[in-house]
Design a protein around this ligand. Sequence first.
Ligand code: SAH
Length: 271
Amino acid sequence: MKKRYPRPQFTQGTVNRFGQSRIGDGLQVLNSNARILQPGEFTPQRQKMSQHFNQDNLGLNSERLRTMMVERLQREGIDDKRVLDAMQRVPRHHFVDEGLASHAYENAALPIGFQQTISQPWIVARMIALICEKHIPHKVLEIGAGCGYQAAVLAQLVPQVYAIERIHGLYEMAVHNIQHAPHTERIHLHYGDGLEGLPQYAPFPAILVAAAGMDLPKSLLQQLSIGGRLVAPLGQDNQYLVLIERTGTDSWTRKSLEPVRFVPLRAGIQP
Ligand code: SAH
C-alpha cells in the first residue's frame, strides 16, 4: 500500500477546496501563477477536460489527459518539443489534492494550501522553455518550489535541479510529491528563504522564480552564471514575466514579456 501523506486542509484563506478560493492581496486561485489573457485569446476548456476524467481509472486516463494538455499548450504557443515531452511525463494530478485531481490537466492554477497555488501549466512550460531556449542548462535553481510540480518538470530536462520553499508544510509536501515523477534523484529540495538563493551551489546557469516581487536582490542576481538566464514575475498590481540575462560580472539585461499574476515573493521562512 502506498503511504498516504496528510494533505493540509484548505482552510487558510480559502473558501472551499475546489478553486473559488481567496488567497489574499486581491488574488484568487484561478488568477494566480498564470498568464493574464487578453480578450479573444484562447479560452479554458474546463468541461471538455473534466468529462474525460474517471477517478477509478486514473492511471490510463491521466496519460490521455496529459496528451490533451500538451496539445493545448502547443496550440497556445509552446513549441519546444523537449518542454512538451517533459510536461507529458509528469503526472500533475499527484501534485494537487485528491479533490482537485479531476482539474489537474486544465490550464489553471489550483490551490495547494497555505494560501499558495500550483502554477498554471502554460506558465510552467513557458518559464522552462525560456531558460532552455539557447541550450539546456546543466543546473537550475527554482525559488518557490510549492508542491514540487515545476521542479519535477524541470528534472525531466535538467540534470541538477535545486529548489527552495519558504513554507515548511509545502516543502514537506514537495518532498513527498516528487516521488511520483521520473528522475526524482535529480531534485535537491531545500527549506529556506529563496531570496538568499543557495550560494553554496552557485553559480547557476538558470534561475526560475515562481512568486512575484517588485525586484530581486543583487545577491541573487550574482548567483546567476555569466551568460545565464533568470525568469521571474516582477511587479505588484501589474506584473510581467521578465527575462534577465547576465552579460558580465556587473551587468544584466532585462526584457519584459507577457502580463502575469503570481502569488507574492516573501522574505523569511514560515515554520
Ligand atoms: N513552483 C510551483 C509554484 C509554487 S507557488 C509549482 O510547481 O507550481 C509559489 C511558491 O513560492 C509558494 O509556495 C511560496 O511559499 C513560495 N515562496 C514565496 N516567497 C518565497 C521565498 N522567498 N523563498 C522560497 N519560496 C518562496
